[in-house]
Ligand binder design. Structure first.
Ligand SMILES: [Zn+2]
Length: 323
């Protein structure tokens, strides 16, 4: 992974999902997972190192909801007398800067943490947030994945099981409503999408929707087939997100510029559906993966969406795998 790519990652929100892909962009082609891994040496350590340096940017949204940007996925924080509620935990190395930013909002202790899914760049901080006093809530598949070692093929990485303190103590299968700080938090399972553990978190009073990694704002998304994700599920989740919001809703993506809206979300859904159709047609014609990539089925979208580390070729491969 080159220095420039590394810096790009830190500016855009460093994501484990993307780090492995840097191996692909480095050579302009597709490396085997073990080659990519060898190139990146240890992806998890690189991400930890990056988070140890990256600043945390604070965005105040509406009512008592804010976003902390700069430690893996976008973290939402709800403040109030019942204690802070975190949506996602970011990366452990950011702890002092996350605490500093959160303390600048209020001195309420951190009492709850909701994980949008099991991935490292959203749940690595679970242990320290639990030590601060946060009870962890998540989908039952997040619980399942954190409890035992997880192999992610596209990262060529096996995550060890998490310490018990990092494993959610409250889980649900379809939906769940939590009432804290005079706000409802509506948690809803997407079904298999980016993984098989993705949930949305809606703040109805503030009219805010946190989509987790079912939505990447302005950049091609990662899809984790190793733990149950697939392209059709991603499109279904994007459709559910579009249907759930109005022109006034603030939409929080898992990655990319953290304050988004229905127009950008709709454009994202349309991009996913169009590329899926293009790739499916080529595959039905009998094209190999290499032949499909060579046909550039995402060409009309690449200038806008292909500027992050999920490159057009890598995204085409992810879609090809699922159609
Ligand atoms: Zn993810």
């Amino acid at each position: 992974m080159s220095f420039i790519q590394h810096r790009t990652l830190s500016r855009r929100g460093f994501c484990l999902c993307c780090a492995a892909a840097a191996g692909f962009t480095a050579t302009g082609g597709w490396l085997s997972p073990s080659q990519a891994y060898a190139e990146a040496r240890n992806i998890v350590d690189l991400i930890r190192d990056d988070a140890a340096r990256a600043p945390i940017k604070l965005h105040k949204l509406r009512r008592d909801v804010s976003i902390l940007e700069g430690s893996g996925g976008n973290i939402a924080v709800l403040t109030g007398a019942d204690g802070k509620v975190f949506i996602d935990a970011g990366i452990t190395a950011s702890r002092p800067r996350i605490l500093e930013a959160a303390n600048s909002l209020s001195r309420d202790p951190i009492r709850h943490l909701i994980n949008t899914h099991w991935h490292f760049d959203h749940a690595d901080g679970n242990t320290w947030l639990n030590a601060e006093g946060a009870a962890i809530i998540a989908h039952e598949n997040t619980h399942k994945h954190l409890l035992v070692a997880q192999r992610v093929e596209d990262w060529d990485y096996t995550f060890p099981s998490s310490p018990l303190a990092a494993v959610p103590s409250q889980v649900f299968s379809l939906d769940m409503t939590v009432e804290l700080n005079r706000s409802k938090l509506a948690l809803k399972y997407y079904g298999p999408a980016h993984t098989d553990s993705d949930i949305s978190v809606t703040f109805p009073e503030a009219d805010i929707l946190h989509c987790g990694d079912t939505y990447w704002n302005g950049i091609y998304p990662f899809i984790d087939y190793s733990t149950g994700g697939n392209i059709d599920g991603m499109i279904k989740a994007a459709e559910a997100n579009v249907a759930a919001v109005t022109d006034r809703t603030i939409v929080i993506p898992g990655h990319g510029q953290p304050v988004s809206n229905k127009v950008e979300l709709t454009e994202y859904r349309d991009m996913l559906a169009a590329i899926r159709d293009n790739v499916a047609k080529l595959k039905q014609q009998g094209r190999s993966l290499e032949g499909t990539i060579a046909a550039k089925p995402s060409a009309t979208f690449d200038a806008k969406w292909g500027q992050f580390v999920i490159t057009p070729d890598f995204f085409t491969r992810l879609v090809y795998h699922g159609v």
